[in-house]
Design a binder for this molecule. Structure first.
Ligand code: TYM
Length: 328
């Protein structure tokens, strides 16, 4: 079967954007593909992390994967740093990367803009991400729109490797949702919804209490007028809310528009809040159970074993192709 790999950073709480853009597809793909889903702690430390916090968040995100519906018997769920091959292939991919192409990464430009001290890890972050994907010879990588550029770099690096050293690595394809690839902030639809936004009203986290969700949605910014129509250019705020609705309810944008024809924003937002609550409340219940049971450690150990077996094979092939002397 074809392989799927993706990762999410354990920095702060996951948002509805992470769920709609990525996690929802993890769940959708797990039955048909050989899946690997990881918590990318090595990526998280490209910006300073409080150790206790990193530990807690890593476990929390793993539990969220399971709570969202990833079945650990179908997909390997693991922590990046538990599979040391990531760091090793990451280094090799760094040696294949050009300064110029890394400088062009918009995520790097955004995260380093205006900063005095920019960590070198932030700069080589995309080379490590390429290693993550290539280690598993992944065919498909489910991500949101903001990771598209990193995926293109991954494809370039794989092609460069194969050209220089012979066919070794699979060229991956991004798997990006048609509706919901870029969920925007609730207070400003020109900005991506992000866990790092200091205004809590700008994003819904997967662990927000139902009443908090209701409040945030009732306060979400709307556009002039009162019609619930999908028009990202003229009505970016309402279009974003409609995208969230469509994803939570599992219906198309056209169906959302039809459902609220002739009704105002008020009725729409009220229902939207209930759709989000209906999605997240069961997930939160499951999350609490998983955290209390401690089973996550078994899941992560087994996931890492499964991942390591594949990663080891690829890394051996890569090192051999590059001319590293094998220990005898
Ligand atoms: P991260 O942790 O920032 O985000 C995890 C996933 O969520 C998606 N996403 C969104 N989708 C829609 N709307 C939003 N507002 C939104 N915000 C985030 C992201 O596109 C991503 O798919 N570099 C990656 C992690 C990573 C990775 C990998 C991904 C490391 N190695 C290998 C795939 C394969 C990142 O920082 O994602």
């Amino acid at each position: 079967p074809l392989r799927v790999l993706s990762g999410i950073q354990p920095s702060g709480q996951l948002t509805l954007g992470n769920y709609i853009g990525a996690m929802k597809n993890f769940v959708a793909l797990q039955n048909e593909y050989d899946c690997f889903f990881m918590i990318v702690d090595l990526h998280a430390v490209t910006v300073p992390q409080e150790p206790a916090n990193l530990r807690e968040q890593t476990e929390a995100v793993a539990a969220l994967f399971i709570a969202a519906g990833i079945d650990p018997r179908q997909a390997a769920v693991f922590v990046q740093s538990h599979v040391p091959q990531h760091a090793e292939l990451g280094w090799l991919m760094t040696t294949l990367s050009y300064m110029g192409e890394l400088e062009r990464m918009t995520q790097f430009k955004d995260k380093s803009a205006g900063k005095e001290a920019v960590g070198a890890g932030l700069f080589v972050y995309p080379s490590l991400m390429a290693a993550d994907i290539l280690l598993y010879q992944a065919n498909l990588v489910p991500v949101g729109d903001d990771q598209k550029q990193h995926l293109e770099l991954t494809r370039d690096l794989a092609g460069r490797f194969n050209y220089r050293f012979g066919d070794t690595l699979t060229i991956p394809e991004p798997y990006i949702p048609k509706v919901g690839a870029r969920i925007m902030s609730l207070d400003d639809a020109s900005k991506k919804m992000s866990k790092s936004n200091p205004n809590p009203g700008s994003h819904i986290t997967l662990l927000d209490e139902p009443d908090v969700i209701r409040k945030k949605i009732s306060r979400a910014k709307t556009d002039l007028g009162k019609e619930v129509v999908f028009d990202p250019a003229e009505k970016p705020e309402i279009s974003n809310l409609m995208t969230i609705y469509a994803n939570c309810a599992g219906i198309s944008l056209e169906e959302v528009a039809a459902r609220y024809e002739g009704q105002g924003y008020g009725a729409f937002k009220k229902d939207l809040a209930e759709q989000v609550v209906a999605l997240l409340e069961p997930l939160q219940g499951k999350y609490k159970e998983i955290r209390a049971s401690g089973e996550i450690h078994d899941i992560l150990r087994e996931g890492a074993q499964k991942a390591q077996a594949v990663a080891e094979t690829t890394l051996r092939q890569v090192k051999e192709a590059m001319g590293f002397l094998a220990p005898r």
